[in-house]
Design a protein around this ligand. Structure first.
Ligand code: HEM
Length: 433
């Protein structure tokens, strides 16, 4: 069936990051047009390749031998991961067998069962934040709630104290926006953030060597690959990846959920009647307004046909998760926000061997935060008197600021656990016992 387009697809228009949320419908229309007319696009300006259909995105993510993550951020001249620094030295930028070895060291810390043990702490923290917010009648959701929660959780997991939380946020922001898509190169991004993080984690590691701890960093210090301990660069890469990967992404999941709920009051009414739908509502938020639009670009190891085009060896390929999630070939009525959608095989957590390691943790944080927000701030509304700025570069998507209002009230359930006051660093379920 011929589709008529409100926008004519001009090739590179859709690759530029958005500035405000109101630009989103036009961008989604552009993706739909590209799926129909140009499912695989070569961006002439950067020489990069862009993939829009669900099946093609899935293929890029699944066939890791042809579509390699191993050259880091799509840069063919980069050294191999074990000789790189920062996130470029971490598992997300590697191929098997090295990838399997690195991932294997921490995968047990991220199973649904293990992260489930964090529930009381995450609940305590969310409650503590909301106790302060509830009487105010308004907040900036990112600053006051959606950002502090994941930062505290990841700090707890790593076992690092929260006193540097402002730096954690600054570093995550800088690194996430530095990893631009569209052929962007992290070397032109904010290297200072990597440098500062490296200095910070080097000191943390030195501390832990003197005084061993029972947390994720403690585990990594004694972990071995092929009988050798991890190098300093590998250890720092791990810490940086976990700190950055878990922050902005989860913050945006919470904020994007509030945007979706605000736009679909009928969905919220249904969630109040059927609270058991919350897990499936979270999946629908992930599909409909994904907090990650692009994973790491892949590098083609051998000439390949994709979407009817021949993609040359060495090309950088960008699989657009956000477009795959709206592909009508996979999702009936894809532009409908349906909190009971089944099946819902969205690709916001990626797919294949690099599938998001932290997905169970992100889901848990959302499953705690969102019902609490709906219950304690029942008439929460997004303030839409000015365009909502969105950002994070092309990789991560979510509002930079999200002012909301609600009827002020007193917290009815005092937090007697004191969990909110307890610094979240310390012993937690960890990887290799
Ligand atoms: C809504 C929240 C999140 C989203 C949408 C998300 C999305 C993604 C995506 C798409 C990938 C695949 C990257 C690729 O294929 O190149 C990924 C990988 C990864 N994520 Fe997440 N993520 C989220 C939260 C988290 C959290 C909370 C953590 C942990 C603290 C985390 C840790 C990781 C790690 C370690 C990888 C690399 C896995 C590998 O290379 O094997 N993520 N994530």
């Amino acid at each position: 069936m011929e589709r008529s387009y409100a926008v004519r697809p001009r090739p590179t228009d859709g690759l530029i990051p958005l500035d405000t949320l109101d630009q989103l419908p036009a961008r989604l229309a552009w993706f739909a047009a590209m799926r129909d007319t140009t499912p695989v696009l070569r961006d002439e300006a950067s020489g990069t390749w862009h993939v829009f259909r669900y099946d093609d995105v899935e293929r890029v993510l699944t066939d890791h031998a042809t579509f390699s993550s191993g050259s880091g951020f799509g840069d063919p001249t980069a050294p191999v991961a074990s000789e790189r620094e920062g996130i470029g030295a971490s598992m997300v930028a590697t191929d098997p067998p090295y990838h399997r070895q690195l991932r294997g060291l921490v995968s047990r810390a991220f199973t649904p069962k293990t992260v489930g043990q964090l529930r009381p702490r995450i609940e305590g923290l969310a409650r503590g934040l909301l106790d302060a917010i509830q009487p105010r009648g308004e907040m900036e959701l990112i600053h006051d709630f959606a950002s502090p929660l994941p930062i505290a959780v990841i700090a707890a997991l790593l076992g690092v104290p929260l006193e540097r939380r402002a730096d954690f946020k600054r570093w995550s922001d800088a690194l996430v926006s530095g990893q631009a898509g569209n052929g962007g190169d992290v070397r032109h991004g904010p290297e200072w953030a990597t440098q500062e993080m490296t200095t910070y984690f080097r000191a943390v590691l030195a501390d832990r060597r003197r005084q061993p701890t029972q947390d994720l960093i403690g585990d990594l210090l004694t972990a071995e690959i092929d009988g050798r301990r991890l190098t300093e660069a590998e250890l720092i890469g791990f810490c940086q990846l976990l700190l950055v990967a878990g922050n902005e992404t989860t913050m945006n999941l919470i904020a994007n959920a509030i945007i979706c709920f605000d736009e679909h009051p009928e969905a919220v009414a249904r969630l109040r009647r059927e609270p058991e739908l919350m897990p499936s509502a979270i999946e629908e938020v992930l599909r409909y307004l994904p907090s990650v639009w692009l994973p790491l670009p892949r590098r083609v190891t051998t000439e390949v046909e994709l979407g009817g085009r021949r993609v040359p060896r060495g090309a950088a390929v960008f699989p657009w998760l956000v477009s795959a999630n709206r592909d009508e070939r996979q999702f009936p009525d894809p532009d409908r926000f349906d909190i009971a959608r089944t099946p819902n095989r969205h690709r916001t957590f990626g797919h294949g061997i690099h599938t998001c390691l932290g997905a169970p943790l992100a889901r848990l944080e959302a499953a705690i935060a969102l019902p609490m927000l709906l219950e304690r701030l029942p008439d929460l509304r997004v303030v839409r008197d000015a365009p909502i700025p969105v950002g994070g570069g092309a990789t991560v998507f979510g509002p930079r600021r999200l002012p909301v209002t609600f009827t002020p009230s007193s917290p009815t359930v005092p937090d007697l656990t004191g969990a909110a006051e307890v610094p979240m660093a310390g012993r937690l379920p960890h990887a290799t016992q």
